[in-house]
Design a protein around this ligand. Structure first.
Ligand code: ADP
Ligand code: ZN
Ligand code: ZN
Length: 816
């Protein structure tokens, strides 16, 4: 019998793979991509993934035996293993870290994994074997067990296969925090009991209600509405009639009205039905054809189409064509844009062939999607960043919508990957077509397209020739004048809001700061309350009445007296969404206002609820942070107000202008998407800033031309590649020492391409002092593979050096 060895990837932040020896009886069932049970370290067991099967024993250690094989069929494909390899080497991280990010926890059983019993109505334990039964019995005694505990209880290392079976049979679940889920939207409809169908019966009913004024009003309103409407919702009826909810309830009790709960598409507002069979306009069809020519020639097409030009319909068409060819598709969207709006829009076309993958799923749902993609039951994945990790087969098309979105980049933890770039690699692995789409492409992608790497397709008109919004810039100085009603609102913006409300249209206000007051300042001595763990000032939150740190979550009570000098003259600097909400409700008390930011969306389903309520016009003004800029499509929004554009533009970052342009253009794009003419009012001090002028004239090309010159001049992407290295330490001097030493070593190899170290904008987070080193390499003249090889060796040496003990080092390739 042959002796086999397998290299396995462990779900740990360790370099490379480990080799295990295969017990002879397992030879037959070996396969790359299956999970195996291995012991690592003295006591820990893990489920690891086989990445290679061979016959070479490791030369530096004695290979342990595999304990078991978990899967009948591989759960990880060979393309995925290649993708993991690429990510590890491109983003300079450990293979195990990639696996951690890629696999849902359910597929990653390890010693620390916590297991709970699935609440079992009628779960029949008689079908379980002895060991399975023992696990369930243990779980009867305590609600939650770690895998390690179970191993101790049963005295068996090979418990993972038992747990896997129990998971598959639905007896147990992986324990986790409760996370928000998508809920289908239900609406209550009212039907008049058919016994009153005949006119005579109706008359009798109304007569009987003669003395119940409110109830008869409800019935009359219903009859009135039924003339023009096929379906009447409870909400509409209550709005139209003066009956009130108790009279309505009485009618339901009497069975005059019958209620019917129905799942409705979140898209179909009462005034509009959604077309399932969309025929592309001539312009869209041309763009679609050009995209396909681009696929043939370059494999990658960039669709630069203004907001509401109908890009989504083109994606749907191309996805349909891929499915018709028997292929599958991935449609990537930024997390926040992944609302039920878009999910249902696609579900209307693709039904159950679609799977949505995003952070609001729990681990069990994630695992389910993983399996369905693997088995080809899901053919279209609509997903956020991490969906690039799914086990695609026969992938024919990858769409990256809003490809400019900064949130495609994962900041923390490692792997710090860029999902758009990873998707492009994924496309190459599968030889599938890749379509990037945006109204404001990233400079990198647009540059690539112009340089001929991608095909470039333009869509300059809104669908149905809807106009692009008018954009007006107003000087915030006016708001500071003594006659002004508010320091935050110019009269132009207030009048605009009033007019929109009068016409029953809606308004979105964008302010890129959450909380109430970002900074308090003692007017006497200049003291300002700061976080005790981070180098940032604390933001006042009205809801909690406290000061919050936005970096670590630290909270402190509000100061009324300066702790430094005793003065009571505390001034506020800056303003967040809560302040804007407060101010506006004073200025326009009749306006119904909603707020969309990280704070208002913390609770379960709140994100969806706010959007739903806005969509159904339960409030008129939506105030929000950048969350409101992403791909929302509301028919009734006619005005967008940017409360303060300067804070965007003045952000100290080489991408600040590009980002300002796209945020302003994107948020402006939420206005006037259908029948109403949209208007955007931008408030700013620097009213003549070129970025604002380019936004007003919808001139992406001009923005690109000016920015690209700057990027070249100051050695930034797309001409240069950046790698950022952060050294962190609890002691500020040691942080500086470690960083200095590392920078010196790097300079030996890379000379002037090494910048820093210096502390970043926020120099301390969660008690760790940070020093950043920036590496800049010319794309044209430096081999990045060699660079990374050298860098990797240096990082290994860094960790071995005792002087660096207690410090942390993180590497960010292509940082944002
Ligand atoms: P984008 O993705 O470019 O912002 P959308 O695809 O959301 O634009 O289209 C904007 C609006 O126009 C949507 O309400 C959409 O339903 C409508 N629309 C786009 N293309 C068509 C079409 N071919 N037929 C009917 N309606 C369309
Ligand atoms: Zn003071
Ligand atoms: Zn903090």
């Amino acid at each position: 019998m042959k002796t086999y060895f397998v290299d396995v990837i462990l779900p740990l932040a360790i370099a490379g793979t480990y080799t295990y020896r295969v017990p002879g009886e397992m030879n037959e069932v070996l396969a790359v991509g299956k999970r195996v049970v291995v012991q690592f370290g003295k006591t820990r067991v893990y489920s690891a993934v086989i990445s290679k099967i061979h016959q070479t024993p490791p030369d530096r250690y004695q290979a342990k035996y595999l304990l078991d094989i978990l899967d009948e069929h591989p759960v990880v494909t060979s393309e995925q293993l290649s993708l993991w390899d690429w990510i590890a080497s491109y983003y300079l991280c450990q293979l195990g870290e990639v696996m951690q990010a890629a696999l849902p926890s359910v597929l990653k059983l390890a010693s620390e994994t916590k297991i709970i019993a699935e609440e079992g109505e009628g779960k029949d334990r008689s079908q379980l074997d002895d060991r399975e039964f023992l696990v369930m019995e243990a779980l009867d005694l305590v609600p939650e067990l770690r895998v390690n505990d179970i191993i101790k209880i049963l005295g068996q290392k090979t418990i993972l296969p038992v747990l896997k079976t129990l998971l598959d049979k639905g007896f147990i679940r992986i324990s986790e925090e409760v996370v928000e889920r998508y809920k289908p939207k239900k609406k209550t409809f009212v039907i008049l009991n058919p016994i009153f169908d005949e006119p005579a019966a109706k008359k009798e009913l109304l007569d009987s209600l003669e003395r119940a004024y409110k109830q008869s009003d409800a019935v009359l309103s219903y009859l009135q509405m039924a003339r023009t409407q096929e379906k009447i919702s409870k909400a509409e009826l209550l709005e139209q009639s003066a009956c009130g909810s108790s009279a309505f309830a009485a009618l339901v009790k009497k069975e005059v009205f019958i209620l019917e709960e129905k799942v409705v598409s979140r898209l179909a507002s009462p005034t509009e039905t959604f077309l399932v069979d969309v025929t592309l306009s001539g312009i869209q069809q041309n763009a679609c054809d050009d995209i396909k020519v681009g696929f043939k020639k370059k494999g990658i097409s960039l669709l630069h189409g203004v907001t509401a030009s109908g890009k989504t319909e083109i994606y749907i068409k191309l996805i349909q064509e891929a499915l018709d060819r028997g292929e599958t598709a991935l449609y990537l969207l930024p997390e926040i844009a992944l609302t039920t709006q878009i999910v249902e829009r696609l579900r209307l076309h693709f039904g159950s062939a679609i799977g949505a993958y995003h952070s609001r799923l729990n681990e069990n749902e994630r695992a389910e999607i993983w399996k369905k993609v693997l088995h080809g039951e899901i053919k279209v994945v609509l997903g956020a960043r991490s969906s690039v990790f799914l086990p695609f087969r026969n992938l024919g098309l990858v769409v990256v919508d809003e490809e400019h979105e900064v949130s495609y980049k994962q900041f923390d933890p490692s792997p710090r990957y860029q999902a758009r770039d990873t998707a492009i690699y994924l496309g190459a692995l599968h030889r599938s077509n890749v379509l990037l789409g945006s109204a404001t492409p990233s400079l990198e992608s647009y540059y690539n397209a112009k340089a001929g790497k991608y095909a470039l397709i333009k869509l300059d008109q809104r669908y149905g020739n809807a106009n692009l919004p008018d954009i007006e810039i107003v000087n915030l100085k006016a708001a500071q004048a003594s006659s002004s009603v508010s320091p935050y609102f110019t009269s132009t913006l207030i009048k605009g809001i009033e007019q929109a409300l009068k016409k029953k249209e809606q308004v979105i206000l964008f302010q890129n700061r959450r909380g109430h007051t970002p900074m308090l300042l003692c007017a006497t001595c200049g003291y300002s309350p700061r976080c005790i763990h981070c180098d940032v000032s604390l933001t006042y939150h009205k809801s909690s009445g406290r000061l919050h740190c936005h970096y670590c979550g630290f909270k402190e009570s509000l100061i009324e007296v300066c702790p430094a000098c005793g003065s009571t003259h505390i001034e506020s600097k800056g303003f967040g969404t809560q302040r804007i909400e407060e101010e506006l409700s004073m200025l326009l008390p009749e306006a119904r206002i909603g707020r969309l930011d990280l704070d208002s969306t913390r609770t379960k389903n709140s994100f969806e609820k706010i959007l739903d309520d806005f969509d159904e016009q339960r409030f008129d003004v939506l105030i929000g942070t950048q969350m409101v800029t992403k791909g929302l499509d509301f028919g009734k929004v006619s005005l967008i107000g940017i409360v303060n554009a300067d804070s965007l533009i003045n952000y100290p970052d080489f991408r600040a202008f590009e980002r300002s342009f796209s945020m302003l253009a994107q948020v402006g794009g939420r206005a006037g998407r259908r029948d109403v003419q949209g208007k955007v009012i931008i408030q700013a001090y620097a009213t003549t800033h070129r970025i604002l002028e380019q936004v007003v004239s919808h001139d992406y090309e001009a923005m690109f031309q000016t920015e690209i010159v700057e990027r070249k001049k100051f050695l930034y992407p797309p001409f240069f590649r950046l790698i950022r290295i952060d050294v962190k330490h609890k002691d500020p001097h040691l942080a500086a020492d470690c960083a200095q030493r590392f920078a010196r070593e790097l300079r030996v190899h890379f000379g002037e391409q090494v910048l820093g170290p210096e502390p970043p904008l926020v120099g301390r987070i969660r008690n760790y002092y940070i020093q950043s080193i920036l590496l800049k390499f010319s794309r044209a003249s430096v081999s990045i593979t060699k660079v990374k090889e050298v860098l990797k060796q240096n990082i290994v040496r860094y960790h071995l050096d005792k002087l660096n003990k207690g410090s942390r080092l993180t590497v960010d390739v292509d940082p944002y």
